[in-house]
Design a protein around this ligand. Structure first.
Ligand code: 5GP
Length: 220
C-alpha cells in the first residue's frame, strides 16, 4: 500500500513544492540532465535513493545513492520507510520517504531519478504534485554507444540494460512530458522550461488569493 504525501497549506508558503520525476532507459542522458538541473536550480533538491547495486567508481555514497545491503533494504521497505521501490536490472532501488515528507512540508521542490515502476507508484500517491518527464534517446544505436562510451559497466551489464530499455521505453505515454535527447544543451533548456512553467501553475500558488485580494484593495 503506497504512502500518501500530504502538503500543508500553511500561510507563508506561497507555492506547493513539486515533485519532478524523470525516467528514461539507461544511457538516454537523464543523469547528466539531472546533474545540470541541480547545479543551476538551488531550490531543487535530489531525492537520494537507496540501492543494493554496487557503487560505481565515480559515485559517492550518500550523494548519488545510499548504498545498502539487501537485508537493510528489506527492513526499510517492510517498515514503511520507502515511498516507492522497484527491482531494476536485478538490483533493488527505493525512495526514502522521510526526506520527501520534509521537503514537501517546507514547500521545496524535489527531483526523482527513478524508473517507470517507481513513477507509477508515485503517480498513485501524489498525482497533483508530480510533474513527470520521460527522456528518449534519438536512436537505439545512440543509446548503445552512450552506454559503451560511459564505460562504467561491464559488457554483460550493458547488454542487460539495453535489453531492459525496450520495456522502460514502452511506458513513455504515462508521463506528462517527453524529451528526445538528441542534443544535451537543447534538452536541458527544455527540462528547465518545464520546471519553470510548472512552478507558475495556478494550483501550486497557494498564496495567490491573498496577494490578489491585497492588489484589489490598493488605491490607484
Ligand atoms: P542506475 O543503476 O543506472 O543508477 O539506475 C538504474 C535505474 O534505476 C535508472 O532508471 C534509475 O532511474 C532507477 N532508479 C534509481 N533510483 C531509483 C529509485 O529509488 N526507485 C526506482 N523505482 N528506480 C530508481
Amino acid at each position: 500500500m503506497a504512502t500518501k504525501i500530504h502538503q500543508p497549506m500553511t500561510a507563508g508558503i506561497d507555492r506547493r513544492g513539486l515533485m519532478l520525476v524523470m525516467s528514461s532507459p539507461s544511457g538516454a542522458g537523464k543523469s547528466t540532465l539531472a546533474r545540470n538541473l541541480l547545479r543551476d536550480e538551488p531550490a531543487l533538491s535530489l531525492s537520494v535513493s537507496v540501492t543494493t547495486r554496487e557503487r560505481r567508481g565515480s559515485e559517492i555514497d550518500g550523494k548519488d545513492y545510499h548504498f545498502i545491503s539487501q537485508r537493510d533494504f528489506k527492513i526499510m521497505r517492510d517498515n514503511g520507510g520507502l515511498l516507492e521501490w522497484a527491482e531494476v536490472h536485478g538490483n533493488y532501488y527505493g525512495t526514502p520517504l522521510e526526506p520527501v515528507q520534509q521537503a514537501m512540508s517546507e514547500g521545496r521542490d524535489m527531483l526523482f531519478d527513478i524508473d517507470w515502476q517507481g513513477a507509477l507508484q508515485m503517480f498513485d500517491t501524489a498525482r497533483a504534485d508530480i510533474v513527470s518527464i520521460f527522456i528518449l534517446p534519438p536512436s537505439m544505436a545512440e543509446l548503445q554507444s552512450r552506454l559503451v562510451r560511459r564505460a562504467e559497466d561491464a559488457p554483460d551489464v550493458i547488454a542487460k540494460r539495453l535489453e531492459n530499455s525496450r520495456t522502460e521505453m514502452q511506458h513513455w505515454s504515462e508521463y506528462d512530458y517527453i524529451i528526445v535527447n538528441d542534443d544535451l544543451d537543447t534538452s536541458f533548456l527544455e527540462v528547465l522550461s518545464i520546471l519553470k512553467a510548472e512552478r507558475l501553475r495556478r494550483d501550486r500558488r497557494v498564496g495567490l488569493h491573498d496577494f490578489v485580494d491585497g492588489l484589489l484593495k490598493q488605491s490607484i
